[in-house]
Write a protein that binds this ligand. Structure first.
Ligand SMILES: [Zn+2]
Length: 93
């Protein structure tokens, strides 16, 4: 099992190292992890997407979100888009 939490990186806002204990996996599909994490230093919420490529290379990117964990749960329920569909859409651009 891949320990995705070691790839969290730093807070996009203040660059504090993000801590595993503040992180939670929102979704996990075909080697793509979406992780919600709060910065211990500034309290900024971030969404980190961690991807494992076919070459076993881990890439991650984070973006600041103003959504709370509760909001994210609601959005997940409402959203008709799967993460795969979002990825396909990104590739078309
Ligand atoms: Zn921070």
């Amino acid at each position: 099992m891949l320990d995705v939490f070691q790839f969290l990186g730093n807070c996009p806002f203040c660059h504090q190292k993000l801590e595993k204990k503040k992180a939670k996996i929102l979704s996990q599909k075909k080697g793509i992890f979406e992780v919600y994490v709060e910065c211990e230093k500034c309290g900024t919420s971030s969404l980190i997407t961690i991807m494992k490529t076919s070459q076993n290379i881990i890439t991650s990117f984070g973006r600041v979100t103003d959504l709370s964990e509760e909001d994210l749960k609601k959005i997940k329920k409402l959203s008709p888009l799967s993460f795969d569909e979002v990825l396909k859409w990104h590739k078309k651009l």
